[in-house]
Design a binder for this molecule. Structure first.
Ligand SMILES: [Zn+2]
Length: 117
């Protein structure tokens, strides 16, 4: 778990970097950004005043990593598949909860659409 924590931190920082690069044009190289021993406070300072949902997601993924709840499904508290986390470190649900909630959401949307008509 210790090793994968480091790997995931890297993955999150790297996603954070590419997003910042795309949206705000960073002046520093990716390696120095990812390798820098930035604390949550440093990252907060960097992200201050940027209201951007993707940044918020990545920020809270880092937060979960610090608090040791990273990789835990928000709904059932089970563990989220490593594959899912590697594909998207901001994943907050395990695959079965994800499926359940997206279906529930689809039903809800369908209901509200049909009640409007
Ligand atoms: Zn779950």
């Amino acid at each position: 778990m210790k090793k994968s924590r480091r790997v995931m931190r890297r993955a999150i920082l790297s996603a954070l970097y590419s997003h910042l690069q795309d949206a705000y044009g960073l002046e520093i190289a990716e390696e120095s950004f990812v390798q820098a021993q930035m604390s949550i406070q440093d990252i907060d300072a960097l992200l201050a005043f940027k209201s951007d949902p993707r940044l918020d997601e990545l920020r809270s993924a880092l937060d979960r990593l610090e608090r040791g709840t990273f990789g835990q499904c928000l709904a059932c508290k089970g563990s989220i598949d490593q594959d899912l986390l590697e594909a998207d470190p901001t994943q907050r649900f395990c695959s079965s909860c994800e499926r359940f909630y997206s279906q529930a959401m689809a039903r809800e949307l369908h209901l509200s659409v049909s009640s409007v008509q």
